[in-house]
Ligand binder design. Structure first.
Ligand code: GDP
Length: 441
């Protein structure tokens, strides 16, 4: 197995950068660069001078930590070089290690090696990727649970129940003349029912998990002067802003990522698009429509003291009607349903209710942020396939089909569950998954 190397910290300047080597030759290469490493002790930080092998010139003063396989993150010999955080130094170190026989790591290759060496399962590897991408405290907590192996543990309980059932059915097959006695059929049905309920509950947690991990776009729309910008500013000020790169942000739209109840919310203020034409109203409505299509949720703002019929007609199912300027007195717009909230962007009144309404409408009542959540589509698909297979087995049992037939979907269910943790995942799929990781991970 080749020795790989990569920068493991973000590209750019900083106090330190960490270059990581993994593979048989890691220590040999590190020693050729830092001769004083002769008596290096595993898991101890050693101050060392890196030198160019040909000239003996000093490249940088670094701290080197050696992890002897299998007690390392990848299960192989690993050397971490903490150098000064300069892109030029990092480049030199990478070049020197490559000259000495290392190869630049592919995206996710450290994690892939960890998986191959049994250090982590596939769900944990994905969770590490999610943890790094997490933008809110709640998303960090979820990813951490999976990094800790909680998903694999839960799945192993399902797998062991399925295996129990399969052993029973297999043993009935051995004695051809006897079908499973009714009491055993009963307990098989019970076990499968409770397993499929658990699998489905986990699959259903995806809607909440996806929100936590990927967040949502919330557009603030409405006529000029109803207070969209004021509301935007209020929400941004009060909910800790997340510093993030927001893809798809156009120059004329103001957007900002905030944390509402743990969910990363990208607020888009359509007031950032300034009217340049006389046909203000038609443009306004057109823009509203466009913002609505891009958004997961629309905050339809009206001046509660001055109803705006044109926009009220536009209210869609994915909207919350925000009756702003509540400080100016009772609203002349009657509140239609629970999706209407009275606020004052000026005084801050009603903002907690608005945040609660945003959360409630994203939640759609079918998910909770408590407990273990799955956060990626691959896991959701596999859980759904597993639940369909178990339901098929239950159907066959109900029809008194032979044990042999019942076993087929159960074998499939077991395989789908195994693919979540990577036990039964093909090399090709593994390659695709790890390609979504960044280099150095
Ligand atoms: P936008 O054009 O919809 O973005 O509206 P702005 O946020 O620019 O607000 C228009 C005007 O309404 C400004 O003068 C704001 O100070 C005022 N305004 C916004 N929200 C409130 C509110 O809740 N109460 C009161 N009294 N005035 C508000």
């Amino acid at each position: 197995m080749s020795t790989i190397v990569a920068l493991s910290t973000p590209v750019g300047r900083g106090a330190i950068s960490v270059v990581r080597l993994s593979g048989d030759k890691s220590l040999v290469i590190a020693r050729l660069l830092a001769p004083q490493l002769d008596n290096v002790k595993a898991r101890y930080a050693t101050l060392a001078q890196l030198r160019y092998p040909e000239t003996g010139e000093v490249l940088d003063e670094v701290v080197i930590t050696y992890f002897q396989g299998p007690h390392s993150v990848t299960g192989e010999d690993v050397v971490e070089i903490s150098c000064h955080g300069s892109p030029a130094i990092v480049r030199q170190i990478l070049d020197q290690t490559i000259n000495l026989g290392a190869r630049l790591a592919d995206p996710g290759e450290f994690s892939l090696r960890a998986l191959r060496n049994g250090k982590i399962d596939l769900a944990q590897a994905e969770a590490i990727r999610d943890l790094i991408a997490a933008e809110t405290e709640a998303a960090v907590k979820q990813a951490s649970r999976q990094v800790g192996g909680e998903l694999a543990h839960t799945l192993s309980l399902f797998e062991s129940d399925l295996t129990k059932v399969m052993v029973l059915l297999e043993s009935a097959l051995e004695f051809v003349e006897d079908d499973l006695p009714p009491n055993q059929v009963e307990s098989v049905v019970q076990l499968l029912t409770s397993t499929v309920t658990g699998v489905e509950k986990l699959a259903n947690s995806y809607s909440a998990g996806r929100l936590l991990q990927h967040g949502v776009n919330v557009a603030i729309v409405g006529s000029p002067n109803v207070g969209k910008s004021s509301l935007f500013n209020r929400l941004v000020e009060q909910d800790r802003a997340i510093v993030t790169h927001i893809p798809g942000t156009t120059r004329d739209t103001l957007s900002h990522a905030i944390d509402i109840g743990g969910i990363p919310v990208v607020l888009v203020d359509t007031a950032g698009m300034r009217e340049t034409d006389d046909t203000v109203e038609s443009i306004g409505i057109e823009r509203t429509r466009r913002a609505m299509t891009d958004a997961d949720l629309v905050l339809q703002v009206v001046d509660g003291s001055e109803p705006d019929a044109a926009f009220l007609d536009e209210i869609s199912t994915a909207s919350i009607l925000v009756l702003n300027k509540s400080d100016l007195g009772p609203s002349v717009v009657s509140i239609k349903d629970a999706r209407s909230v009275r606020v004052s962007a000026l005084t801050g009144e009603g903002l907690d209710e608005l945040r609660a309404a945003i959360l409630a409408s994203l939640n759609r009542g079918d998910s909770s942020y408590e407990g273990l959540l799955i956060t990626n589509a691959r896991q959701f698909d596999l859980l759904s396939l597993a639940s369909m297979a178990i339901r098929e087995a239950l159907g066959l049992l109900g029809d008194r089909a032979s044990e042999e037939l019942v076993l087929v979907p159960l074998h499939n269910a077991l395989r789908y569950l195994g693919q979540i943790t990577g036990e039964t995942t093909s090399e090709e799929i593994l390659g695709q998954i790890f390609a979504t990781f960044c280099i150095g991970k």
